[in-house]
Design a protein around this ligand. Structure first.
Ligand SMILES: CC(=O)SCCNC(=O)CCNC(=O)[C@H](O)C(C)(C)COP(=O)(O)OP(=O)(O)OC[C@H]1O[C@@H](n2cnc3c(N)ncnc32)[C@H](O)[C@@H]1OP(=O)(O)O
Ligand SMILES: CC(C)C(=O)C(=O)O
Length: 535
């Protein structure tokens, strides 16, 4: 099958390649998929291919058809389905691989065969057993064979960054003469530094014959954590294709992350002077689809797509964000499809963020109440990893103004015994300077703590109603204890909120005792009738 070679490289009339944008060559479905734990069958690969096309990748490397019947079928499926990206297949410089790739790509709207061959001394000698000239001859034969079977050919010099620069230029010159329209210089083992790769690409663009007619491509691995930086350094030195993967998946430590490369070019556009055509608003959904298809999640701190990428917990950051978003964000979450910025309330949060959230929930506590709410918030946050809105509601509720009073809990312990009984001990402090400790045994921890509270405060509480309800999510959810007790021929109601239901009960009892004591105080007559107290 002969194909008129059509440059998908946007080359101008005289064959000089347009320099104005970076082509995104996604290899999620090949380099990404070949890594342990990330395998996908043909159905999964087709679903991912549709997402990559919608994302706007210029090229998607759909697989390695010679690898297996299922990978051949996956490439063929994708070639049939995808219309707005070039569909690429990888092949060794062996006739059978190349012919198989050509067959798999037959239905493609725009097809590319990507042939590769090692060029470094170590690979030449120990892996291939080839001389320099044999490598060149093999590469030429492979490119010429592939040209007859697809629209365009890419040649990769595997382990290019550990290849002698002058020899690498010689190999690329031969591949271009044979018909390659893209030449790719992979950092196959993730070895090079940004300064070195920039120097190498500048050298290649100067010394490769036909350089002006082809696209130079960079394919970086992350063994030393420099894949994205190296890819961007290559762009600065003239590379106009970056090979990358969603979530940075790939061999060993993975490849350059597509979302990071794309957003670096987008956010620092003036610095790089070129951009890709990726629809960045689809980055998060594409990342999550890959997670769903492979079952491999990304870490919370993953750049661009991680759950924490636009989440702020520390009080200083939250205060800054409330004043001006640019204090701690260099892009908007909406730009990558992440939704809204999150100010996560937790033990590192400050008053500004807490007040802001309470106001959003309809609570406008007075300054004095705010200090107490903040203290209870911090105590709660020390126990819970994240504070949910329900927790805040409960705190605001639990901070019933009537509940404030002379008594406060200093220490509380309880333990259950075989057979169901329990013991509890409390240490309470009073505004008048008293500090009282008492212990009690009860039918269970709630009964025991109520008895201990009665003993410590000298207040008889005849429990008439006891309700507990979860007021937030998760295993460490808070519970709200609501008590009704009779004292001095009246019903008194109190509530307490805590992740520990025994503590919630103690707080509820304390709110009743405080209310009773305030009621008994000389100025009580001036106070309004309190909620929950009935004759
Ligand atoms: C850097 C990269 O990521 S390259 C892509 C790596 N991806 C994969 O390998 C996944 C798919 N691979 C496979 O399924 C298998 O390796 C196959 C089907 C391609 C080949 O399997 P086998 O024929 O059993 O060979 P095997 O994988 O054991 O060894 C590789 C052979 O290819 C040769 N070879 C390796 N790279 C190349 C190349 N670029 N061009 C030509 N021959 C090559 C090796 O010299 C070796 O040859 P030998 O069998 O004559 O000794
Ligand atoms: C096949 C080539 C491009 C590759 O994956 C590598 O060298 O890492």
């Amino acid at each position: 099958m002969n194909h008129e070679t059509q440059h998908s490289n946007d080359s101008s009339e005289d064959g000089v390649v347009a320099d104005d944008r970076v082509r995104i060559f996604d290899t999620t479905l090949r380099d990404g998929e070949q890594a342990p734990g990330f395998g996908m069958d043909r159905r999964a690969k087709l679903r991912m291919a549709h997402a990559l096309e919608a994302l706007g990748v210029d090229v998607m490397e759909a697989g390695f058809p010679q690898a297996s019947p299922d990978d051949f079928a996956a490439v063929a499926d994708i070639a049939k389905a995808v219309r707005h990206s070039t569909v690429c297949a990888l092949a060794r410089c062996q006739a059978a691989d190349i012919d198989t790739a050509g067959r798999a790509l037959e239905a493609a709207q725009h097809s590319r065969i990507h042939v590769f061959l090692s060029t470094s001394p170590l690979h030449r000698e120990h892996k291939l057993g080839m001389s320099k000239q044999q490598v060149i001859d093999t590469a030429i034969a492979a490119v010429e064979r592939a040209r007859a079977l697809c629209h365009e050919v890419e040649f990769s010099a595997e382990d290019a960054m550990r290849t002698e620069p002058d020899y690498l230029a010689e190999v690329f010159s031969a591949a271009i003469a044979a018909g390659a329209t893209t030449v790719n210089a992979p950092d196959t083992v993730g070895y090079v530094t940004p300064a070195e790769i920039a120097e190498r690409f500048a050298y290649l663009r100067k010394h490769v014959k036909g350089a002006e007619r082809v696209v130079f491509s960079s394919h970086c691995h992350d063994d030393l954590g420099m894949a994205v930086a190296n890819s961007l350094a290559a762009v600065s030195a003239g590379a106009r294709q970056i090979e990358c993967t969603i979530n940075g998946i790939g061999e060993r430590a993975g490849n350059a992350s597509l979302e990071e490369v794309v957003m670096a070019l987008r956010v620092r556009g003036p610095y790089f002077g070129v951009d890709s055509r990726i629809d960045a608003r689809r980055l998060v959904q594409t990342s999550r689809l890959l997670t769903q298809l492979t079952g491999q999640a990304v870490p919370r701190n993953k750049a661009i797509v991680g759950d924490n990428a636009f989440a702020h917990e520390s009080g200083i950051h939250q205060h800054g964000m409330l004043k001006h978003r640019g204090t701690y964000e260099i892009m908007r979450p909406q730009d990558v499809g992440m939704g809204e910025t999150k100010l996560v309330l937790g033990k590192h949060s400050g008053r500004h963020a807490l007040r802001s959230r309470l106001q959003a929930l309809g609570h406008t506590p007075e300054e004095a109440a705010m200090d107490d709410i903040f203290a209870r918030f911090k105590a709660l946050a020390d126990k819970k990893r994240e504070i949910h809105d329900e927790d805040l509601e409960a705190l605001a509720l639990g901070q019933d103004p009537d509940a404030a009073g002379p008594w406060r809990i200093v220490q509380l312990n309880s333990s259950s015994h075989l057979g169901g009984s329990a013991s509890a001990s409390v240490r309470l402090a009073h505004d008048d300077g008293r500090e009282i400790g008492e212990a009690a045994i009860g039918d269970g921890p709630v009964d025991a703590v109520l008895r201990a509270m009665e003993r410590a405060t000298g207040t008889d509480l005849e429990l008439t109603q006891f309700q507990v309800r979860a007021v937030s999510e998760g295993g460490d959810a808070q519970g709200q204890a609501q008590l009704t007790a009779r004292h001095a021929a009246r019903n008194w109601r109190g509530n307490g909120v805590s992740t520990d239901i025994v503590e919630a009960t103690a707080l509820a009892a304390l709110s009743i005792v405080n209310r009773i004591e305030r009621q008994a105080a000389p100025s009580a007559a001036a106070q309004p009738q309190v909620q929950g107290a009935t004759a």
